[in-house]
Design a protein around this ligand. Structure first.
Ligand code: HEM
Ligand code: CU
Length: 550
């Protein structure tokens, strides 16, 4: 059991994560009804205001707070309690991130920042929205430094040893995050803030988009890597085998750092101002990420098979039936991984030049990220939540709550299959994303989009409603686990932190040579970005003034 002060830190992070989840999913429910014309918002509430809050609260706030809760607990568990200094910095990070969140959310609520979570220029929000975002990032940096500091002091007293896999993966994720944030910090501090407060008149739009996506793509890996940590470390523990391969896992995480940053242009394939050579180079680097992804899939299936065979499973698929399906901690993560198969395949489509033309800015994209971040990542976090909260509050996980947890993940899966499939199909037919009800004055072509069995007007709304029900069930489980589950008194019925240990005797030491990997990472970034960014600055068209479209 980790110490009380560290538990408190983690619990505060979880509280904010789920507060954001509660509001964010409610807004999602509104969106599906507005989009099928089932609901009209009151005059004082704008569709884009709702959508901005949905994106910010779920994709940024929920994920980030949950990830830090997981990291804090796991680092305290594997490397020992935080010292007073690291703990202080963690609280400071929490405070600054939260102040940033409050400022940004407040600006959205008062209708001063309906610019969506990607805040593309020349849409212009109130300057304080960008200040809020900047503080959010600074806060996460502080927390990140505290985790790195804790790791460094562990290393000092365990010289020559490789760190435990959990710590290694946490540090990889933090490194990725810090390098990625450089882009968004640069554009927010030097472009958006001066422009939004009126110190300068215009903004270089394409540069700001490029700096945003330099950050935006690795952002998705910042969500994904913590989920992978559960896949690599929690799954083996739950199925009762050792980690498949310590070196493979470390190498995969390093490759994620290397190949998830110099690739942002794949979000800008239709943007002018970037020559196709650079788009091509970054797209090629994007596809490199398939390597660590398939390494991950390989070692997961290896883990499943090992476990199943050890329990007597025979034949090609016999092991499958020996997996611990009745354990919701396992099944939740398994379903999450399953969603990632079409999710990843869709990602390859999005990143392909020609296919991107077809799906760009359509509902397809919305369908895509709800079966990547919205389910593989989010449902893994749900699976972690089921044991993390009882672990932190020292309570027992009862049968009833486990049953509810099953209903929760199953409804989420059904809702997501309905909503996301409808979105994929509607997108292929041409329905745009980021619009309220849009049937183009009942134009026949637009009306045709909605003729399908799955792609009709109501599938998305039915899916969204089931999802919202599932989300509220989760909130109930969270509150119940925080306050109402029976206290565990004897050691026997304490919920544990299910984390597998790995054998790192044969793991090459250079895998933990961070400076080497950070160096290679910056080299790749320099190759992919220096010339096109210089072009964007030197040959910039006249800048744009701000627009407020709402
Ligand atoms: C109750 C569950 C949910 C429902 C019903 C829902 C519904 C929707 C809908 C309909 C849109 C598209 C709106 C449009 O383009 O006009 C959307 C956008 C989005 N959703 Fe969700 N969603 C849910 C959960 C989530 C979760 C869990 C996440 C992430 C962790 C998420 C992240 C996003 C993001 C990032 C956008 C894009 C916002 C933008 O375009 O600026 N959603 N959601
Ligand atoms: Cu991307």
């Amino acid at each position: 059991m980790i110490c009380k002060q560290d538990r408190k830190l983690a619990i505060y992070h979880i509280l904010i994560a789920y507060l954001a989840f509660l509001i964010g999913t409610f807004l999602g429910l509104l969106q599906v009804f507005i989009r099928n014309d089932g609901l009209e918002l009151p005059k004082w509430l704008d569709y884009y205001q709702v959508l901005t809050a949905h994106g910010v609260l779920l994709a940024l706030v929920f994920t980030t707070y949950f990830i830090f809760a997981f990291f804090i607990t796991g680092m305290s568990k594997t490397l020992g309690d935080f010292g007073p200094k690291a703990r202080l910095v963690l609280w400071l990070g929490f405070l600054v991130t939260t102040i940033g969140t409050v400022i940004a959310t407040f600006m959205i609520i008062i209708g001063e920042a309906s610019v969506l979570y990607t805040f593309y220029a020349p849409l212009q929000a109130n300057g304080w929205y960008y200040v809020g975002l900047a503080l959010f990032i600074v806060g996460t940096w502080l927390s990140g430094f505290a985790l790195v500091g804790h790791y460094v002091s562990w290393k000092k007293s365990n010289r020559k040893q490789l760190s435990p896999l959990f710590a290694f993966m946490t540090i990889s994720t933090i490194i990725l995050w810090k390098i990625a944030c450089l882009g968004v910090v640069a554009t927010v501090l030097f472009q958006f803030i001066p422009w939004a407060f009126g110190w300068v008149d215009t903004i270089n739009v394409e540069l700001s988009r490029s700096l945003f996506w330099y950050f935006g793509h690795p952002l998705v890996y910042f969500w994904l890597l913590p989920a992978y940590m559960a896949w690599y470390l929690v799954i083996p523990k739950l199925v009762g085998v050792e980690v498949f391969s310590d070196s493979l896992a470390r190498l995969a995480f390093i490759l994620f750092i290397l190949f998830s940053i110099p690739v942002g242009f794949h979000h800008q394939l239709v943007d002018p101002g970037i020559s196709s050579f650079w788009k091509f180079l970054q797209t090629s680097l994007t596809f490199m990420v398939i390597i660590p992804s398939l390494m991950t899939a390989f070692s997961l299936f290896g883990t499943f098979e090992r476990s199943g065979r050890r329990k007597g499973g025979r034949g090609l698929f016999g092991w499958f039936f020996k997996l611990p399906w009745k354990d919701v901690r396992f099944t939740s993560i398994f379903i999450a991984m399953f969603f990632f198969i079409p999710g990843g395949a869709g990602g390859i489509i999005n990143a392909s030049f020609q296919l991107n033309e077809l799906i760009h800015n359509t509902l397809w994209v919305v369908g895509h990220f709800h079966i990547t971040v919205g389910t593989p990542v989010t449902m893994t976090f749900m699976g972690i939540t089921f044991w993390l909260i009882p672990y932190l509050t020292g309570r027992k996980l009862t049968k009833t709550i486990q049953k509810l947890a099953f209903i929760q993940i199953i409804t989420w899966s059904i809702g997501m299959v309905l909503m996301s499939t409808a979105q994929h199909i509607l997108g292929l037919l041409g329905a745009p994303r980021r619009t309220a009800y849009s049937a183009y004055n009942n134009h026949p072509t637009a009306m045709e989009w909605f003729n399908g069995l799955i792609s009709n007007h109501i599938t998305m709304a039915i899916g969204g409603t089931i999802l919202f029900f599932s989300a509220m069930l989760l909130i109930f489980i969270v509150i119940y686990s925080l306050f109402l589950l029976p206290k565990a008194d004897s050691l026997g019925d304490r919920v544990e932190f299910p984390i597998a240990m790995s054998d790192n005797k044969d793991t090459p030491k250079f895998l933990e040579n961070w400076w080497l990997w950070i160096g290679i990472s910056f080299a790749l970034i320099a190759i992919a970005y220096t010339i096109p960014l210089m072009d964007l600055i030197q040959h910039a068209p006249p800048g744009s003034k701000g627009f407020k479209m709402w």
